[in-house]
Design a binder for this molecule. Sequence first.
Ligand SMILES: O=C(CO)COP(=O)(O)O
Length: 254
Amino acid sequence: MTTERPRPLVAGNWKMNGTRAATETFSAILEGYDAGLRSKVDLLVCPPATLIYLFAVAAVGTPVKVGGQDCHAATHGAHTGDISAAMLADVGASYVIVGHSERRTDHGETDEMVKAKARAAITAGLTPIVCVGETREERDAGRALAVVGAQLAGSMPEEAARAPVVVAYEPVWAIGTGLTPTVVDVAEMHGFIRQSLVDRFGAAGRNMRLLYGGSVKPGNARELLGVAEVDGALVGGASLVAEDFLAIARAYMA
Ligand SMILES: O=C(CO)COP(=O)(O)O
C-alpha cells in the first residue's frame, strides 16, 4: 500500500473582508511564495467575490490559486445576489468553499444544499472545499464524530470518487475564537474523516486533501499541520495578513 501523502494546501478564507486596496496584501503573498515554499506547499486565497477577478489576473504566471467562498447550485437563472460556479471559473477561480459553518448558520444551508453546490462546482471544473465541523455543545455531548460523519455523508457528492474534492474540518467553536482542539482530538477526527472517505470513495478517499481550520496562526501551525491526516489548513483571520499567512505555510519548511 502506498503511504504517499497528498501535497499540502494552505488556503486563506478572507470571508467578508477586503476592498481593492487589499490587492497589496495579495501581491505580498505572491511575492513571498518563494521557491522553497513552492516546493513544499500549494497556496490558495479565497477573497470576497468582488476581488476574485482582480486577484486572478494578478496571479497569472504564478502557481497561487484563487477561489470563491460559495456558489449557487444552479448554472444560471433568477437567483438575485447569487453567483454560479461557472461564473467563478469564468473569472479565474479554480476552487470554491462550500458549506462553511457561517453559510450553514447565516443562510440555513443544509447538507443537501451543500452537496448540490459541491456537485455544481465539479461540473464547472472547480475543486470544492467541503466544510464540516461540530459545535461546542455537540463536542461536549460526545457527539463530534457522529455529527461530522453525518455532515460528510450528506454533503459529499458521489462525484468525489472521480473528481478532486477537498474536505475542511472546522470545529465551529474554534473559528475566530483563538481556541483550538488538542492535537489528539484533531488526530482522532481526521483519522475518522479519512476512514469514512476511504470506506465510501476508495482510493480517491485516501488521496483527498483534509484541511484543518479554526484559529490557525503562525504560532500553532507547525503543531496542527504536523498531525497525521492533516494535509493543510483553511485559515481565516491570519490569512488577511500576508506575513502571517506565509508564516503558516512555512510550517512545512523543515
Ligand atoms: O473559518 C475559518 C476558515 O474558513 C477559520 O477562521 P479563523 O482562522 O479566523 O478562526
